[in-house]
Design a protein around this ligand. Structure first.
Ligand SMILES: Nc1ncnc2c1ncn2[C@@H]1O[C@H](COP(=O)(O)OP(=O)(O)OP(=O)(O)O)[C@@H](O)[C@H]1O
Length: 207
């Protein structure tokens, strides 16, 4: 379980978060600029908090007082950033296995679950938006992460595709049974996607 008690200073906002990310899918909503991505990046290891601690079970990832920061590559976090998420010039298989930390069996399972077997050798840039989103999820899950962090995973899709891809992602995440933090602007996603709902208001993460 990921436990955190941190603050992160930004010119416009002070991000404050204290809590534990449980099993299942937790949806985090909040206004643009309120600090959602900053928080998720701090858990992933891409942003250093100014104060506090982050732990994964008994392992300390961050302890600011002790100047301890476990680097992102050692946290085994599945992180899906906002925006363009595939390497378009690489095949679907090469995208999924990019981290090198997973194994062949895990790649096969993902290709099947994600409905991407027939595109294994296709360049990811040639797939539709929804298919690319599934490739990105495959890459995040390939190394059997300790936690899955999805930053606006549907934002690149048009409205018609969103519903279908959302259902696909939720089904697959539940099958993998790892804690997931799902950041979104879309209040509709709260009820459909999440087992629970957190909010971010001017930096304050309400868990
Ligand atoms: N590296 C940085 N250095 C300084 N300020 C930053 C940095 N990254 C983000 N900020 C600022 O911190 C605030 C919070 O940004 P953040 O991206 O976390 O918000 P958000 O809630 O994810 O917004 P959105 O929903 O629009 O993605 C913003 O005002 C942003 O400009």
């Amino acid at each position: 379980m990921i436990t955190f008690d941190i603050t992160i200073e930004r010119p416009s906002v002070l991000v404050k978060a204290k809590g534990t990310l449980p099993q299942g899918i937790t949806v985090l909503t909040g206004q643009s600029g309120s600090g959602k991505s900053t928080f998720i990046k701090a858990i992933a290891g891409l942003v250093k908090p100014n104060t506090g601690t982050i732990r994964h079970d008994e392992i300390v990832w961050v302890n600011v007082d002790h100047k301890l920061y476990v680097p992102v590559r050692e946290r085994h976090v599945g992180y899906m950033p906002q925006g363009n998420m595939v390497f378009p010039h690489l095949t679907v298989e090469a995208n999924i296995t990019y981290s090198k930390r997973g194994d062949a069996a895990s790649c096969e399972t993902l290709l099947k679950q994600l409905g991407l077997e027939k595109y294994r050798h296709t360049k990811a840039g040639k797939l539709s938006g929804g298919e690319q989103q599934r490739v990105a999820l495959g890459r995040a899950l390939y190394s059997k992460p300790t936690v899955l962090l999805l930053d606006e995973p549907l934002s690149a899709l048009d409205w018609t595709l969103r519903k279908q891809v959302r259902t696909d992602l939720v089904t697959i995440i539940k099958q993998w049974d790892i804690p997931c933090l799902w950041v979104t602007h879309d209040e509709d996603e709260v009820a459909v996607v999440g087992d629970r709902h957190w909010t971010c208001t001017q930096g304050e993460i309400e868990c």
